[in-house]
Design a protein around this ligand. Structure first.
Ligand SMILES: [Zn+2]
Length: 314
C-alpha cells in the first residue's frame, strides 16, 4: 500500500487576497518575473486543487491513500473568505467523498485557544478527521505552552500531530520551524505520535537524528525537501535516508520504521509530479547503487506506506 502523508487541497478562498499578493511578490523576487505574471499565469493553478484533482493524480501514481490538511494562516495574514472551521469542514467532506482514498487532518492555529481544542475535537469525533496539522511559521513555536491543550487532546483522541518543519516563503519565518522544538513536545507528551514534516527541513536531518534516536514517537515524512534534494542533490537525499536508517538504535524503534512518504501535493508538483516522486522512491535500491548505498525492497515498502499505516492506525 502507498500512503502519501502530506497533501493539501487548495482554493482561492482559503486565504485573503493579501496572502496571494504576498506569495506572488515572493515568487516574483525568487524567479525574476513580474508579480502580475505570477498572479496571472501561476496562481490560478493553485485555486482549483480539489478532491477529484488529487485523486486523479493518485490514480496515475498508484497512491492508495493521501492525507489532506488545511493550513491556518489567519492570525498571520488576516481573514479569508472561508473561515478556518469551514476549511476544515471542506477537507472532512472531501475525505467523506473518497472514504477509501483521502484522510483529513484538522489544521488550526493553537493561539485560537479553547476554540482550537473544540475544533480538533469536533473534527475528529464528528467529522472523522484523523490528526492535527501545525504550521508554526504563522507565528508560534511548537514548544509554546499555548500549544499544549491541543497536544493533550491529540493524546486523548489517539491521533498524531504533523508539524511543518524547515523552509517557507515570505512573509513566514523559518525560525519557528526548527524540529528541535519538537523535543520539548515529545518530552512533555511521550504518547503523542509526532511527524516532523519535510524531513525536518534541509538542515533538520541531524536534529531529527538527535531528538529521535532515543524517542521512538518522533517520525518524519519526506515531502518537499525530498523532491528538492532528489532533483538537485540526490546523493544528499540518499545519504540522509541511509544515515537515519543505519543508526544503531538499540534502545528505540529503528528509523526505517519511522520515515514516511509524502509529496506536499500540489506545492511540489512543479519540481516532480506525484507519479515521478513515487517512482523515485520505488527505485531507491537502484538509485542508491549508483552511489554505493544499499537500500532494500523492504525499506522502500516501509517508507511508501507501511510506516504511515502505523502512525495513522489504519
Ligand atoms: Zn503542509
Amino acid at each position: 500500500m502507498i500512503v502519501d502523508m502530506h497533501c493539501h487541497l487548495s482554493h482561492k478562498d482559503f486565504y485573503p487576497d493579501i496572502y496571494w499578493e504576498l506569495i506572488a511578490q515572493s515568487l516574483s523576487l525568487n524567479l525574476g518575473i513580474s508579480k502580475e505574471k505570477v498572479l496571472r499565469d501561476m496562481m490560478p493553478d493553485f485555486w482549483k486543487k480539489d478532491a477529484s484533482t488529487i485523486v486523479e493524480d493518485m490514480d496515475k501514481a498508484g497512491v492508495d491513500k493521501a492525507v489532506i490538511m488545511p493550513v491556518d494562516f489567519e492570525l498571520k495574514v488576516g481573514k479569508a473568505k472561508m473561515s478556518i472551521e469551514e476549511q476544515n469542514r471542506y477537507h472532512a467532506r472531501a475525505a467523506d467523498e473518497y472514504p477509501d482514498r483521502l484522510i483529513a487532518f484538522v489544521g488550526v492555529d493553537p493561539r485560537r485557544g479553547e476554540k482550537a481544542v473544540e475544533l480538533l475535537e469536533k473534527g475528529v469525533t464528528e467529522w472523522g478527521m484523523k490528526g492535527l496539522k501545525f504550521h508554526p511559521d504563522a507565528g508560534y513555536y511548537p514548544n509554546d505552552p499555548v500549544c499544549f491543550p491541543l497536544y493533550k487532546k491529540c493524546v486523548e483522541l489517539d491521533v498524531p500531530l504533523l508539524c511543518h518543519c524547515g523552509l517557507i516563503f515570505i512573509p513566514f519565518e523559518v525560525k519557528y520551524n526548527n524540529p528541535m522544538y519538537l523535543d520539548d513536545v515529545q518530552t512533555a507528551f511521550p504518547d503523542l505520535r509526532i511527524v516532523a514534516a519535510h524531513m525536518g527541513g534541509i538542515s533538520g536531518v541531524p536534529i531529527l537524528a538527535e531528538i529521535g534516536s532515543l524517542k521512538s514517537n518522533i517520525h518524519t515524512e519526506i515531502s518537499f525537501t525530498g523532491q528538492m534534494l532528489a532533483c538537485g542533490a540526490p546523493q544528499l537525499l540518499l545519504n540522509n535516508l541511509r544515515m537515519l536508517m543505519d543508526l544503531p538504535l538499540t534502545f528505540a524503534v529503528p528509523f526505517k520504521n519511522r520515515i514516511l512518504f509524502g509529496s506536499d501535493w500540489p506545492y511540489a508538483n512543479s519540481m516532480m509530479n506525484l507519479e515521478e516522486w513515487v517512482n523515485w522512491i520505488k527505485n531507491l535500491p537502484k538509485k542508491g547503487k549508483r552511489y554505493g548505498l544499499k537500500f532494500s525492497g523492504e525499506e522502500t515498502r516501509l517508507i511508501l506506506g507501511e510506516n504511515a499505516k502505523k502512525v495513522l492506525k489504519i
